[in-house]
Design a protein around this ligand. Structure first.
Ligand SMILES: CC(C)(COP(=O)(O)OP(=O)(O)OC[C@H]1O[C@@H](n2cnc3c(N)ncnc32)[C@H](O)[C@@H]1OP(=O)(O)O)[C@@H](O)C(=O)NCCC(=O)NCCS
Length: 308
């Protein structure tokens, strides 16, 4: 299930796992394979990960419950393997993911750049905790299930319109309803600026990609549920900033009442729980996020959509 110690570094390298984490993972592999209980858990995690693989089910932030079983199982991982355990789960699932991509005719470079998000996530873990580990196994489960693809600057999740977004789209006069297919947009970290040109290119790629590889799922709506769509950012950022240009693409689906302060703090400063008083003020966005919180304000997720 897990490649041997010779093969593992190459597999990890292909998943963009940071170089400084590879020796730790090869060494920990011995702990894993010597523990029958951990191997049983690994098998159960792969089953949970691939359960219903390839079927869209997520409603994005609107409440999809998939992945919960995987998260519960991962919580049982032995302490010695800790936050590295999910890496072996993804590596064990990899042949299934690759087979699914091959069946769909997905180009090898799309597969590679999509699954490289494992390494990106581990880079984030190291930035925050100073050691190897996976921050968001539930997030990555979508990639390994064939639900999410990176095409240029953006990632696209095969999803369905949730209640509130679906109603907003219908109210705008489109022939769409909750439950219809939509592509949820995600903006990966560590990938340079979010220029309008890069987004246009991504969207062009996505239109062709999904029509070709998922012809049975007509994607007519793009949606996004992100702190980057909080309209309060307009008070702080320059009108021609990439983030505000990105916001302009979207129509508001609905406004969320719950504060989500940890989201911008996580993505701008690398640690969602970093004390607000210590947040640096080097860039316009850093000043925006920190000053707003220090003044007693809150940040919210914005929920937007546009026709593809
Ligand atoms: C989204 C992202 C690519 C936008 O970066 P960008 O294209 O440079 O954005 P803008 O042009 O709007 O930047 C405006 C200002 O914010 C700063 N800024 C943008 N992103 C920043 C970040 N992650 N950290 C610190 N400062 C940032 C820019 O430097 C600029 O300030 P300056 O003029 O003082 O230099 C970037 O914020 C990022 O990588 N974020 C992490 C990923 C993320 O949040 N994804 C969404 C998950 S829901």
């Amino acid at each position: 299930m897990v490649p041997d110690a010779e093969e593992l570094p190459e597999v990890l390298l292909d998943l963009a796992v940071p170089h400084e984490d590879i020796n730790d993972l090869v060494a920990l592999r011995r702990t894993l394979v010597a523990d029958p209980g951990a191997l049983r858990l690994l098998r159960a995690c792969v089953d949970a990960l691939l359960d219903g693989g390839g079927e869209t089910g997520g409603d994005g932030r609107e409440g999809g419950g998939r992945g919960q079983r995987l998260v519960e199982l991962l919580a049982e991982a032995p302490a010695a393997l800790g936050p590295c355990f999910p890496v072996y789960v993804f590596v064990a699932a990899l042949p299934h993911t690759r087979a699914y991509h091959r069946e769909r005719g997905i180009p090898a470079d799309v597969t590679r750049r999509t699954l490289a998000d494992l390494g990106r996530n581990m880079a984030g873990h190291r930035r925050r905790h100073g050691r190897a580990g996976v921050q968001a196994p539930r997030w990555l489960a979508q990639h390994f299930r064939g639900e999410l693809y990176q095409l240029g600057r953006l990632q696209f999740e095969r999803a369905r319109l949730g209640q509130r977004t679906g109603q907003a789209v219908a109210a705008a006069g489109l022939d769409a309803a909750p439950g219809d297919p939509c592509l949820n947009l995600h903006i990966p970290d560590f990938h340079g600026p979010l220029t309008p040109q890069a987004c246009d290119r991504s969207l062009t790629l996505a239109r062709a990609f999904f029509a070709r590889h998922f012809p049975q799922e007509p994607y007519r709506i793009a949606a996004c549920h992100s702190w980057l769509l909080d309209p309060q950012l307009q008070r702080y950022l320059a009108a021609d900033s990439n983030i505000l240009r990105f916001q302009e693409r979207f129509r508001v689906a609905y406004e969320a009442p719950e504060p989500a302060d940890t989201e911008p703090v996580r993505f701008v400063f690398g640690d969602p729980y970093r004390p607000v008083a210590t947040l640096p003020r080097r860039t316009m966005l850093e000043r925006a996020v920190g000053d707003h919180l220090r003044a007693g304000g809150h940040w919210y997720l914005g929920h937007g959509w546009f026709p593809l």
